[in-house]
Design a protein around this ligand. Structure first.
Ligand code: KG4
Ligand code: ZN
Length: 342
């Protein structure tokens, strides 16, 4: 079965065609991040206008690369939320129009849960890919969500914990802004962190010792702001400016990664899943990838770890098509509606 996925929940406009939920036939992603960066973050009206501008060219390119009759596509899938309503509507209305015009089923997809399906997709560089098995412990870390879930099957989730304030990606974005780094902050912090000392500043690891599986990242933002004010009030003789940024970035990254890894491994020891799946934009972070792999070995946990290639951690439409395949629940196109939050 070949599914055309459409993703427009935020500032990416993406279309992909995926076979049997695992094999990518075409995958096109356009991003308005550079435009958003000029405003220091997402400006919803601007994001929606960019979606309108590029959805047809992205769809057109996807179908050209597919190079087969459009009629051979079996179904259409669209991310219906959570996300920015203006942006979501562009993709969803396009999907509904296609479903109506081609007389194909349409499958509404939850964007956040769809991130997990990057772990079912065969990476373009691989020939063989073993799919994850259940129960799977899932850590979804994106710009708007941080959730720890127990996945007992497709569409069968138990929420173990979530952030009580900022999402992990939001923590990267907000602290990067405090450091004067452009949006999106995650990749910027990661870049500067490579030359920094992660122990230079002891930033809070929100709720790291709590018995539950929740997270909190808002205290980190306040602590970083306090540290920056302190540094600014001192003479820059103590520190070279680029060293300060690198040390702050490395310490911020370490604090976020520590909290995520600690709670995920704690849940893994309690629930004994068959595998751990990490997904969402923050899963692209090399320190997170390295630290969780290292800790699994150090604790001698007999568990498989799945983290998608970085390009499939951030928003794309292949995850939407894959999720639709494994959760194939078509609805009449007239009934497909968008939603902003969970
Ligand atoms: O999943 P995603 O592409 O979009 C949402 O669904 O939100 O995630 C975007 C988030 C942003 O907050 C961005 O800063 C973060 O993922 N991100 C990263 C990295 N790449 C993207 N955070 C840390 N390290 C990265 N390499
Ligand atoms: Zn996302």
């Amino acid at each position: 079965m070949k599914i055309l996925g459409i993703e427009t929940s935020c500032d990416e406009t993406a279309c992909a065609i995926v076979k049997n939920g695992t094999k990518i036939l075409t995958n096109i992603v356009a991003s308005s991040k550079k435009i958003q960066a000029q405003y220091g973050g997402i400006y919803p009206e601007m994001a929606a206008r960019e979606q309108v501008k590029v959805i047809i060219p992205v769809l057109d390119e996807t179908l050209k690369k597919y190079a087969q009759e459009v009629k051979t596509i079996d179904a259409i899938a669209a991310a219906i939320g959570p996300g920015l309503i203006g942006s979501l509507l562009v993709g969803v209305e396009t999907a509904k129009t296609l479903a109506f015009a081609l007389n194909k089923p349409i499958i509404p997809v939850n964007h956040v849960l769809a991130h997990l399906y990057a772990n079912w997709i065969t990476p373009p560089s691989s020939i063989i890919h073993h799919p994850p098995s259940f129960p799977a412990l899932c850590l979804i870390v994106s710009g708007g969500h941080t959730e720890l879930l127990l996945m007992k099957g497709h569409g069968k989730f138990e929420l173990l914990g979530q952030t009580l304030d900022d999402a992990a990606g939001e923590a990267f974005d907000k602290t990067a802004r405090l450091l004067g780094l452009p949006y999106p902050g995650g990749p910027e912090i990661e870049k500067f962190a490579k030359n920094g000392n992660p122990q230079a500043f002891n930033f809070p690891r929100g709720m790291i010792g709590s018995k539950d599986y929740n997270f909190s990242f808002s205290g980190l933002k306040t602590a970083v702001l306090r540290e920056i004010k302190k540094i600014n009030s001192l003479s820059s003789i103590i520190y070279h400016p680029s060293t300060i940024i690198s040390d702050l970035a490395a310490s911020i990254q370490e604090a976020i990664v520590d909290a995520l890894v600690k709670k995920t491994l704690k849940a893994s020891q309690e629930f004994r899943p068959k595998c751990i799946l990490i997904a969402g934009g923050v899963a692209a972070n090399s320190r997170l990838r390295e630290k969780i792999s290292f800790e699994i070995c150090r604790l001698k946990l007999a568990i498989s770890l799945f983290i998608p290639p970085p390009a499939f951690c951030t928003d794309n439409a292949a995850i939407i098509a894959s999720s639709a395949y494994f959760n194939f629940k078509p609805v009449p196109w007239q009934e497909v509606k968008v939603f902003a939050s969970l």
